[in-house]
Design a protein around this ligand. Structure first.
Ligand SMILES: [Zn+2]
Length: 344
């Protein structure tokens, strides 16, 4: 419903309404948004339908394995993308029954920013990140991983159709239902590998379901398969879904700790502990051994953003996504048949 209002509406967040129902009764809402009531705005607009449409959908923890039989592809450009942005959700979906695969588009040969990760040559970066990435897949519970092996930071001019074709093959061969990847529609992205793989993922998710695209794959026995759910993460995301990852936070920490070649987590905790020791200093946070130092460093600094997002939505830790779900609507023709068809 579109209503012109003299003042902006301060919609309460859905989880606040759930948690503090008393506060959001109409009497309280009068205080919350006085301008609205001065204009005799219909208080019933605050009934559940209007409130339910505010804020992102909150995906909570579930019990059992509701996704058993479904396949998840976690597709990243670099070995640290999923660990930093979506590891908790990937781990959660796999715990909930998905068979997961980790796909990495580049070979990470450019390493990372100075001071992060492990110092080395381009070749050493390739080997280190290959090993790290396989460990990330293991930690998150993936059944396998695939490296597409494009050069790091050089995906801006690779053939988009080649990447799309490779992803379509993997979607069909693995029978993928759901993808977690970079958002092709996000803002502020500076890395060409991120936006190139994102564009390829978006196109491949749709084209993989069309038998006339790459028909030789169909002829070789791979059925057309449309990806029906997409969890997109981004540097500045349009957040439509927030996932509670509190239960998976240890796997998130371990996935980031596995990124030793690239950082920005890896072994930085133990390195900081050693540097401080040389200066006759110590941080109680970093404990008495390297493993504790690395894990506590990641918990304190690297997943701080997940902690802040979680606090905003009533969770201990959370991850944010632009989520695109399956199409739920029937066609107009189907709707018409359902309502009007009669026996012959
Ligand atoms: Zn990246």
């Amino acid at each position: 419903m579109a209503v012109a209002l003299p003042v902006p509406i301060l919609w309460p967040r859905r989880q606040d309404v759930r948690r503090y129902p008393e506060k959001y009764r109409v009497a309280a809402l009068r205080r919350y948004n006085p301008g609205m009531f001065r204009r005799h705005f219909i208080p019933t607009l605050f009934a559940s339908s209007a409130l339910a449409q505010t804020g992102p959908v909150l995906e909570t923890q579930t019990t059992g394995q509701p996704h058993k039989g479904k396949v998840l592809l976690a597709i990243q450009a670099h070995s640290d993308d999923i660990p930093l942005s979506a590891a908790g959700t990937v781990a959660k979906l796999i715990e909930e029954g998905y068979t997961g695969y980790l796909i990495r588009a580049t070979n990470d040969d450019m390493g990372d920013a100075p001071g992060l990760g492990t110092v080395g040559s381009i070749g050493e970066h390739v080997l280190g990140n290959e090993r790290d990435n396989a460990e990330v897949a293991r930690v998150l519970g993936c059944k396998g991983n695939f490296d597409l092996n494009y050069n790091n930071h050089r995906m801006g001019d690779v053939s988009l159709n080649e990447v799309i074709g490779r992803l379509i093959f993997l979607i069909r061969a693995l029978k993928a239902d759901t993808i977690v990847s970079w958002d092709p529609w996000a803002h502020d992205e500076e890395n060409p590998d991120h936006y190139t793989i994102a564009r390829a993922v978006e196109a491949a998710s749709w084209m993989a379901g069309r038998a006339h695209d790459f028909p030789e794959q169909i002829a070789m026995g791979h059925a057309a398969k449309t990806v029906t759910e997409k969890y997109y993460f981004a540097r500045r995301p349009e957040i439509t879904r927030v996932v509670d990852i509190s239960k998976q936070i240890d796997k998130v920490i371990d996935a980031n700790r596995a990124n030793r070649a690239k950082g920005p987590a890896g072994h930085l905790g133990s390195r900081l502990r050693a540097d401080l020791a040389k200066r006759n200093q110590r941080l109680p946070l970093l404990g008495d051994d390297d493993t504790t130092a690395e894990r506590n460093y990641i918990r304190e600094f690297v997943v701080a953003r997940s902690r802040a997002l979680g606090a905003k939505h009533g969770f201990e830790y959370a991850e944010a996504f632009h989520y695109i779900g399956p199409s739920t609507g029937r066609s107009r023709v189907e709707e018409y048949i359902k309502r009007h068809a009669v026996p012959r």
